[in-house]
Design a protein around this ligand. Structure first.
Ligand code: BV8
Ligand code: ZN
Length: 239
């Protein structure tokens, strides 16, 4: 089984990664649903929503501000770096559910942020949008047009950025191999991407210490962490 996958990996032209919070876990960023999960301390279904934001913008902003500070203090890990290095040998696309920007900081150049980015803010009314460079004097921060600013992330019940989502589907439909790394595949529509890849005949490889909803559909499901498994796995390709 492994040999045949190894051959397919070496012959692959385009390799697509679908990643979730698990790939950043070894950078010290808590996952959502794990035992140390973010969702444990706060009820994310409450906080990562438009209603929570308008009900209690200060609380939601404090949550994102705390997460952003943790993220900026974190470093990409060997899993992020292995994916970035692969770009020397293959066409690589990263379709990430994460908002932490660690793939880009590791050197990946083709990253699609399906759920937005914690380091970008946008106005709730006008089309103002920019990268956050420092701290805010007050929470919630205000736009020049005097309306509230919000994190440029996709909340539950919100549509994914149309251009990013259609690109992601295109990539899933045109890859030879898809790695599904560090995601419980609990959140839609991102969890459809491995199904599109499988329909297009791609080989599916999962890297997750736990079983997921799609483990049985994978050509190979590796019960390991991404920082351990990815450098080894991708070294096959870098021949
Ligand atoms: C939409 C950004 C429609 C914000 C996030 C019922 C009620 C309400 C909504 C729904 C519902 N049923 C379905 C929905 C839709 C909903 C959804 O899927 N809900 C789920 C929870 C049931 N989806 C949406 O609302 C989406 N929008 O559908 O819009 C629409 C269409 C048109 C017009 C208008 C509307 C929007 C979803 C995006 C929500 N935003 N994040 C923020 O981050 O604050 S989701 C959030 O969960 C993160 O993005 C996260 O990435 C994502 C998924 O979680 P995972 O990444 O998979 O993380 P998780 O902790 O779950 O798993 C970690 C995995 O890693 C585990 O498997 C673990 O074993 C593994 N792991 C741990 N350590 C390691 C590891 N793996 C490798 N190495 C390790 N070291
Ligand atoms: Zn504005």
């Amino acid at each position: 089984m492994f040999e045949s996958i190894a051959d397919k990996l070496s012959q692959a032209e385009k390799i697509v990664f679908v990643t979730g919070a698990g790939i950043s876990q070894e950078s010290g960023i808590p996952t959502f649903r794990g035992k140390d999960g973010l969702w444990r301390k706060y009820d994310a279904m409450q906080l990562a929503t438009i209603d929570a934001f308008y009900e209690n913008p200060k609380l939601v902003w404090e949550w994102y501000d705390e997460r952003r500070k943790n993220i900026l203090a974190a470093k990409p890990n060997a899993g992020h770096t292995a994916i970035a290095n692969l770009e020397k040998y293959k066409q690589v696309r990263v379709l990430t559910q994460n908002i932490d920007g660690l793939h880009q900081r590791a050197g990946s150049s083709q990253v699609y942020e399906l759920h937005g980015s914690i380091i970008t803010i946008k106005c709730t009314v006008c089309d103002f949008k920019e990268k956050i460079t420092g701290d805010f004097s007050e929470l919630p921060p205000r736009c020049k047009c005097s309306n509230m600013l919000r994190p440029d992330v996709v909340w539950f019940g919100e549509a994914l950025p149309q251009n990013v989502w259609s690109e992601a589907i295109m990539q899933a439909n045109s890859c030879n191999v898809m790695f599904v790394v560090g995601t419980s595949l609990a959140v839609s529509p991102a969890n459809m991407l491995p199904i599109y890849a499988k329909q297009n005949g791609a080989i599916l490889v999962e890297v997750n210490p736990e079983e997921t909803l799609m483990s049985k559909d994978m050509d190979l499901s590796i019960r390991s962490t991404s920082a351990k498994a990815l450098p080894e796995l991708l070294s096959i390709v870098n021949k």
